[in-house]
Design a protein around this ligand. Structure first.
Ligand code: NDP
Length: 327
């Protein structure tokens, strides 16, 4: 875990032009934070609503190739799955010699989908926070945690630039930190969450719904119990603030006893084996290749899985309940 040392490296980047490519979730927040911290920020975006939003916020907006030509430090803040093509067609031909390229995830660099020229400094600043949160904490004088890394360092100043950018993003204020990581580690922990507990949560909720309604529970009571009441979000907040098991004290003793005795029953050797297999599939690129094929084939499986998810009776019941709740 690292925090900015006592040196101020601002002189290294204070007069540089920072190009934020993509004015979406992360792009907007990071652009505003960096500008408010005194850096010279421009935006590169296709001319549409995101570009208009950036103009409204007072940024000079250029198309992506033009923004890249003007920038010394480029933040690539567009969705991971389109970065490869945008990089190849619009960034690689225009990027300045000796420029710095900053990723917000490890994915494309770790798998080699993007291979910047050897003169480019490659950094990663991957916030462990959703986009609007990165701005929200900044305006409230708070920091946010991130995984950070230096990938390629031709001028031996990658770490200083990284730390300065983290500082100017507001990361090191109270509640924030930079965890010195790697593109590999960020890819593993990020994807493994999505492929394990996040996915398991969706499908275990469905299984719970099937069982509870079969035994006579009303769909509304089940959906409220599982997520619609907001209790789940409160538990997540308590975990963040108090720790995973320490937050148990905010539950009744009956609840705690139930969680501690019944929870482990589901974590079988088979579950752990599956988890490990999926981790290996992430590290050896099996998942990334599968997802690449899926993109090349026009998202056939992806769209079908979404359609199948909507066919479950819980979807209709959820819509009815959300209408009553005014959502
Ligand atoms: P968004 O989905 O919010 O990106 C939207 C931006 O991408 C818009 O400016 C949009 O412009 C542009 N974009 C979308 N499609 C294209 C295209 N085909 N060509 C050119 N531009 C396009 O991205 P996020 O902010 O969610 O993610 C950016 C990076 O941040 C990713 O690497 C992600 O992994 C990382 N990250 C995201 C987090 C999050 O909470 N979302 C958290 C931590 C890291 P337009 O549609 O106008 O073209």
């Amino acid at each position: 875990m690292t925090k900015l040392d006592n040196k101020d490296y601002f002189s290294e980047i204070g007069n540089k032009i920072i190009g934020i490519i993509g004015y979406g979730n992360q792009g907007k927040s990071q652009a505003l934070n960096l500008r408010d911290s005194g850096l010279n920020v421009i935006v590169g975006n296709v001319n549409d609503n995101y570009a208009k939003d950036a103009e409204k916020d007072g940024f000079k907006v250029y198309d992506i190739p033009e923004a890249v030509k003007k920038s010394d430090i480029i933040f690539l803040l567009i969705p991971d799955e389109i970065q490869k093509n945008i990089y190849k067609n619009h960034i690689e031909p225009n990027i300045k010699i000796g420029a710095t390229l900053v990723f917000a995830s490890g994915y494309n660099y770790f798998y080699g989908f993007i291979r910047p020229r050897s003169d480019i400094t490659v950094l990663m600043i991957a916030p462990r926070m959703i986009g609007w949160g990165v701005r929200d904490v900044y305006v409230n004088d708070q920091g946010f945690p991130s995984l950070v890394a230096v990938g390629q360092d031709p001028n031996n100043n990658g770490y200083s630039i990284l730390m300065t950018l983290c500082d100017r993003l507001g990361m090191f204020r109270k509640g924030g930190c930079a965890v010195l990581s790697s593109f590999k580690e960020e890819t593993l922990v990020d994807l493994l969450s999505e492929h394990s507990w996040v996915g398991v949560m969706l499908y275990s909720f469905r299984a719970y719904y099937d069982v509870a309604t079969e035994l006579g529970a009303s769909p509304a009571s089940v959906i409220l119990e599982l997520y619609a009441s907001g209790e789940l979000a409160e538990i997540a907040k308590s975990m963040r603030d108090m720790g995973l098991f320490n937050q148990l004290k905010t539950h009744s003793r009956t609840s705690q006893y139930g969680q501690l005795t019944r929870g482990p029953l589901y974590i079988t050797d088979e579950f752990k084996k599956t988890l490990k297999n999926e981790a290996i599939n992430i590290l050896n690129g099996t998942f990334a290749r599968e997802w690449n094929d899926e993109e090349n084939n026009g998202y056939i499986v992806y769209n079908r899985l979404h359609e199948m998810a909507k066919e479950h009776p819980m979807e209709t019941e959820e819509r009815k309940l959300y209408k009553i709740l005014g959502r």
